[in-house]
Design a protein around this ligand. Structure first.
Ligand code: SAM
Length: 293
C-alpha cells in the first residue's frame, strides 16, 4: 500500500468501536469511550445518524455482515490478553507496550491505570500517526494521563528498530505487542520481517496478539462474497495481500520463533464475546502467541 493520506480502514474500525457505545453496557462486545474523538467529518456524521435513529445503527451490519462484530471481538480478545499480561508482577512484569499499525487504537488511555506509567509505543504511517497526534493534543483534557510515543514508519519499506529505540523503547525488555488489523495489508516478506524484529528486539517470552485473514474455500455464494469483499478494499487503497489459514498459523509462527497460546476463529469469538444475535465475519481469526525463550 502506498500511503497518501490517513488510513481510512483505521477510521472505519474506530467508527465500529464508537458505534458500540450506543448499545446497553451488557450487550457491548467492547467498551471504548474515546473512539469517537478520532472520527473525521464523514464518520462523525455516520455516528450521529446512528445515535439519532436506531435502525441506522445497523447499517454497517447490512453492508458488511459480521465485519463490525469481528472488529469488536478481535479488539476484546486482545484487550483481555493485554489485561492479563499487565497484571503480572515480579520477573514476568511487562515493561512496555508496542502497538504496530496503531491507527486510532485508544488502549494507551483505556489501560492508563493498568499501565501505571509504562510506555506505549504506537507505530504507523506518518499521516495517520500525525493526525492522531493532533487530535490527542486537541482533546487532551478528555483523555487520562498516559505515556505514549508515536513512531512513524512504513513497514513495507523501512525497519522500525531504530526509530523505536530513539523513541525510548528498551531493547530486550519484556514487552506486549499488539498487531491488530495489519498483517493482511502486508506482503508475506514484511509479515515475516516484522515477526523477526519483534522476536529480536523484545525479551524472550514476549507476547504478541494479531489477527489474520484467510481465503474461505467453501463453494457457496456467501464465501464467494467474502472473497470478493476482501478485494474491494483495494478501492480504499488498502488491498489485502497476506492470508494464512487457521490450521497453518501455528506452524508458520513456530518457524518465526513464536509458540501459539490461543486462537479464536469466528465461532470461538462469537461464543466468548457476542451476547446478542450478531454474526462474526468468518474469514478472519485472532491469535495470541509468545516468543520462544
Ligand atoms: C485496519 S487499520 C487498524 C488500526 C488499529 N490497529 C485498530 O485496530 O484500530 C490498519 C492500520 O495499519 C496501518 N498500516 C497498514 N500498512 C502499513 C504499513 N505498511 N506501515 C505502517 N502502517 C501500516 C494503517 O495506517 C492503519 O492505521
Amino acid at each position: 500500500m502506498q500511503e497518501t493520506s490517513p488510513s481510512r480502514t483505521a477510521e472505519v474500525v474506530c467508527l465500529f468501536r464508537a458505534l458500540e457505545q450506543r448499545r446497553e453496557a451488557a450487550a457491548r462486545i467492547l467498551d471504548d469511550p474515546y473512539a469517537h474523538l478520532f472520527l473525521g467529518r464523514s464518520t462523525t456524521a455516520a455516528l450521529r445518524a446512528a445515535m439519532a435513529a436506531g435502525p441506522l445503527a445497523e447499517l454497517p451490519e447490512r453492508f458488511l455482515p459480521g465485519l463490525s462484530a469481528f472488529v469488536l471481538a478481535r479488539h476484546r480478545f486482545m484487550d483481555d490478553a493485554l489485561a492479563r499480561a499487565l497484571a503480572r508482577t515480579g520477573d514476568e512484569r511487562v515493561q512496555q507496550l508496542v502497538v504496530l499499525g496503531a491507527g486510532y487504537d485508544t488502549r494507551a488511555w483505556r489501560f492508563a491505570e493498568a499501565l501505571a506509567g509504562r510506555p506505549v509505543f504506537e507505530i504507523d504511517f506518518p499521516s495517520t500517526s500525525k493526525r492522531k497526534d493532533d487530535i490527542a493534543t486537541k482533546t487532551a483534557r478528555s483523555l487520562p494521563g498516559t505515556v505514549v510515543r508515536r513512531v512513524q514508519v512504513d513497514f513495507l519499506r523501512e525497519t522500525f528498530e531504530e526509530p523505536l529505540v530513539r523513541a525510548g523503547f528498551v531493547r530486550g525488555a519484556a514487552t506486549f505487542v499488539v498487531w491488530e488489523g495489519v498483517s493482511m495489508y502486508l506482503t508475506r516478506a514484511a509479515v515475516k520481517a516484522t515477526l523477526g524484529l519483534v522476536r529480536t528486539l523484545c525479551a524472550p517470552g514476549t507476547e504478541l496478539v494479531l489477527d489474520c485473514w484467510f481465503l474461505l474455500d467453501a463453494p457457496d455464494l456467501r464465501a464467494a462474497a467474502h472473497r470478493f469483499s476482501a478485494n474491494l478494499l483495494h478501492l480504499l487503497g488498502e488491498p489485502v495481500l497476506f492470508g494464512i489459514h487457521p490450521e497453518d498459523v501455528g506452524a508458520f509462527l513456530a518457524r518465526e520463533g513464536f509458540a501459539l497460546i490461543d486462537l479464536a476463529d469466528a465461532a470461538a469469538l462469537t461464543q466468548r464475546y457476542v451476547r446478542d444475535q450478531r454474526s462474526v465475519y468468518p474469514a478472519n481469526f485472532v491469535v495470541h502467541a509468545r516468543s520462544a525463550a
